[in-house]
Design a protein around this ligand. Structure first.
Ligand code: NAD
Length: 495
């Protein structure tokens, strides 16, 4: 069946209506064509969504967790039944390969199922009393939560915020990126069909400056969960500080991959390739700084270059494609700017460093997988996030040397280690400053394992059972068991 784009409507607190904000063009960068243009949300649309969320949230928050879970299970099933549709929309919106967007859609179904199960099974606790009272620690919804997401993996990052926030009893206002405005609206359709009460979810595509700022500054919004670039996150944290509002920030990365001489070379080459060039490098956890032990440096880099040149660069809907178009022509310009910078800094381009030749690439925003050598870890190319298919390789001498270089970066999101020495792998894993470390693997994800960054990569953790608690406030309750007046009051008075 030929898929089509839906009519120009956004989801404002359960009502489908035309946005009153600026138009947003969704482009299919792989072919250089426009998908559709939608009318984005205005500040008034955000206000309306907040009013409807405020009306709907108390009843949802008062439900028992297992009652909320029932709806989340239904959402999970509807996502699973619509994987093909979501994948198609996302591949058109972001130019990601169809195999990846299918996997992302399936993972979103898993995320709703997981948080339904977490909601049903998380216990409040009775704490150990230190007097004649019973003490309990209980959790309650925050109220209204804003979720602000980037363009690179929308259905997965949207689900990662919407599922735990709803499971925790909140209403959610989701603002997707203007480069991927369509996927969140597909999620809204599914959530509505699954029977989530109206008002609990709004999907408000629009600019960060309008929709994002209104959400962050609004007194009714109790938390912002943000995934995106570090500079945007920093600005948002300033706004949150003014309200003393909790904020979680999943930000950028410049993650090191460390290859020791005793690694299994075939595993390491495949893992390094996947770590940097899958998703065309447009991944926060991309392993973009590669450190190779000097003894195998030349041999390893030669194999890596050979394997990189064998990668299939192609159309996102071709099942054989490994590296697809970048999300947007403007983003390719930014990546090209970084490769020019690397050359200025004295870097040697070992492979790539250009757009692919050929008529079939002419209209798309394609860029060849690129490997650069000859740079020092202090070069800007090695310090700043490129968010494209660009890998920098550097040699190292010993464990202490590579730990120092890996940690010498403002980001702290992820790290990969390749070695057959398991004791060393564990030692290095503990010494690296990163939210996630992979040993002899890379870019594996599980909804049951917490994820987040340190330093400029952000603060707070998503996923895991505690991921639901991040959308609740904690309350302690003391109840007297003595039945006696407090002795301090000396009451009733005895002569
Ligand atoms: P971005 O920071 O430009 O935008 C992210 C979101 O913030 C978008 O929805 C955008 O419209 C919104 N926004 C922009 N200005 C705003 C403002 N003033 N107030 C509120 N919201 C505002 O990021 P991007 O280019 O969409 O995404 C790429 C970045 O996301 C990369 O840095 C990548 O590393 C990061 N990322 C991080 C993770 C993670 O989990 N750590 C995952 C994916 C992407």
């Amino acid at each position: 069946m030929e898929e089509t784009f839906r009519e120009d409507l956004i989801f404002v607190g359960g009502a489908w209506q035309q946005g009153r904000g600026a138009p947003i063009a969704s482009v299919f960068a792989a072919e250089g064509v426009e998908n559709t243009t939608i009318s984005g949300a205005s500040a008034e649309d955000v206000e309306a969504a907040i009013t409807r969320a405020e009306a709907a949230q108390p009843a949802w928050g008062a439900l028992k967790p297992h009652e909320r879970a029932t709806v989340l299970y239904r959402i999970s099933e509807r996502i699973a039944a619509n994987v093909e549709r979501i994948a198609w929309v996302q591949s058109r919106d972001t130019s990601k390969t169809i195999s990846e967007t299918r996997a992302l859609a399936a993972s979103a179904a898993g995320t709703f199922r997981y948080f339904a199960a977490v909601a049903e099974t998380l216990d409040d606790v009775l704490t150990v009393p230190r007097g004649d009272y019973a003490t309990a620690s209980v959790h309650e919804p925050l109220g209204l939560v804003a979720a602000i997401t980037p363009w690179n993996s929308p259905i997965a990052s949207d689900a990662q915020k919407v599922a735990p926030a709803l499971a925790a009893g909140n209403a959610v206002l989701l603002k997707p990126s203007s480069w991927s405005p369509l996927v969140g609206l597909e999620l809204a359709r599914i959530v509505e069909e699954a029977g989530l009460p109206a008002g609990l979810l709004s999907v408000l595509p629009g600019s960060g400056r309008v929709v994002g700022n209104v959400l962050v500054d609004h007194p009714a919004i109790a938390k912002v969960s943000f995934t995106g670039g570090t500079e945007t996150g920093r600005r948002l944290a300033h706004g949150a500080a003014a309200k003393l509002m909790p904020v979680s920030l999943e930000l950028g990365g410049k993650s090191p991959t460390i290859v020791f001489a005793d690694c299994d070379m075939d595993l390491a080459v495949a893992g390094v390739l996947f770590g940097i060039f899958s998703s065309s490098g447009q991944s926060c956890i991309a392993g973009s700084r590669l450190f190779v032990e000097r003894g195998i440096y030349d041999a390893f880099v030669a194999r890596l270059v050979q394997a990189t040149e064998a990668l299939v660069v192609g159309h996102p809907f071709d099942a054989k494609t490994q590296v697809s178009s970048l999300v947007h022509p403007e983003h390719r310009e930014s990546v090209e700017g970084y490769v020019a910078l690397a050359r200025d800094e004295g870097g040697e381009v070992l492979t790539g460093g250009a757009r692919p030749d050929g008529e079939r690439f002419a209209q798309g925003a394609y860029y060849l997988p690129t490997i650069i050598a000859g740079l020092d870890n202090s070069a800007r190319t090695c310090r700043e996030e490129i968010f494209g298919p660009v890998l920098v390789v550097m040699p190292f001498d010993d464990e202490a040397d590579v730990i120092a270089m890996a940690n010498d970066n403002d980001y702290g999101l992820a790290c990969g280690i390749w070695s057959r020495d398991h004791l060393r792998c564990n030692r290095v894993a503990r010494a690296i400053r990163a939210g996630t470390v992979w040993i002899n693997t890379y870019k594996q994800f599980s909804i049951s394992t917490p994820f987040g960054g340190d330093g400029e990569s952000g603060m707070g953790r998503e996923k895991g059972r505690a991921g639901l608690r991040a959308y609740q406030r904690q309350k302690s309750i003391y109840e007297d068991l003595s039945g006696e007046p407090h002795p301090w009051a000396r009451w009733p008075v005895n002569d």
